[in-house]
Design a protein around this ligand. Structure first.
Ligand code: AMP
Length: 281
């Protein structure tokens, strides 16, 4: 595995690979790698000649008071895990290299943003599409792999790729969970012991909603209340939102029908965690 720290070197390498007929699979991450990231890398390895993984904690997608500074980082550990998962090129640029000049244009998300985390984190998805537009131009992937744990991110990035005709195929993969059902996240390290015991209730609350829907429930208000009450009863977390929307449009629904996402965000003392289930009803 080769480590690349400069965007121009990465771009040169990508051009060479493409001109020699290799396909590139790309896994963008913020590092502190876990089984979720590594599953994306292994899937990329199965379907591409070369796997590029980026590790970049993107300051543009963190709001004031969020955890940009505190975001967990461990490059040495990430290098070992990435190599074992089959990553060929690990691209780890600095902030100064990625944003080397003041930008003269701005990307603004105008759809699929006025819901879920878009409401709670103003500007977050503008930062996400900005960095991904840059990374797609630098890495020039044939396929890019994303986790559906960040289902709103996937919906928004799909919109960007369609809007601007990026020559990349986006590949969504299911959320990877630990044995308790908790969605694996770099931010799980922020949980206290007590919160770790409570956190599996997040997925349980979603399964409760899924079960209700599979048994014929269609009233969105009622199902949301069941999830919220369960979370309040089984965790000390504050519920930022619980919502049921159509997916991937993320528009409100009168009742549960079609492809829907049940999504939530909760705030423990230090960790804000998100999770979701997508269902075809
Ligand atoms: P992050 O490093 O959190 O920005 O995540 C990088 C990529 O890994 C994104 O596409 C995430 O959706 C994906 N990812 C993070 N956690 C998981 C998980 N538990 N299961 C599947 N994919 C994940």
């Amino acid at each position: 595995m080769k480590i690349i720290s400069h965007k121009r070197e990465m771009q040169q390498m990508a051009k060479q690979l493409l001109s020699s007929g290799k396909t590139i699979g790309f896994v963008p991450t913020m590092g502190y790698l876990h089984e979720g990231h590594l599953t994306l890398a292994r899937e990329a390895k199965r379907n591409n000649d070369i796997v590029v993984m980026s590790i970049f904690v993107n300051p543009l997608q963190f709001g004031p008071g969020e955890d940009y500074e505190a975001y967990p980082r461990d490059q040495k550990r990430d290098e070992l895990l990435a190599e074992a998962a089959g990553v060929d090129l690990l691209f780890i640029p600095s902030v100064a290299d990625m944003y080397d000049a003041e930008m003269s244009t701005k990307m603004t998300v105008v759809k699929r943003n006025n819901a879920l985390c878009g409401n709670d984190r103003p500007g977050h998805f503008d930062g996400v599409v900005t960095v991904l537009a840059k990374l797609f131009h630098i890495v020039m992937p044939d396929k890019a792999y994303f986790g559906l744990k960040d289902a709103q991110q996937f919906a928004i990035v799909s919109g960007m790729v369609a809007d601007y005709d990026f020559p990349v195929q986006l590949v969504p993969l299911e959320t990877v969970r630990d044995s308790s059902g908790l969605a694996i996240s770099s931010r799980n390290v922020y949980l206290s012991d007590r919160e770790k015991e409570q956190a599996p209730s997040i997925y349980k609350s979603l399964l409760l909603a899924k079960n209700k829907i599979e048994n014929g429930a269609t009233n969105i208000g009622e199902i949301k209340s069941v999830v919220t009450d369960y979370l309040k009863c089984h965790t000390d977390a504050t519920v930022d939102y619980v919502d049921i929307l159509c997916y991937p449009e993320l528009a409100p629904l009168e009742k549960v029908q079609g492809r829907v996402i049940i999504a939530l965000a909760v705030k423990f003392s230090k960790a804000r965690l998100i999770d979701n289930i997508i269902l075809d009803v």
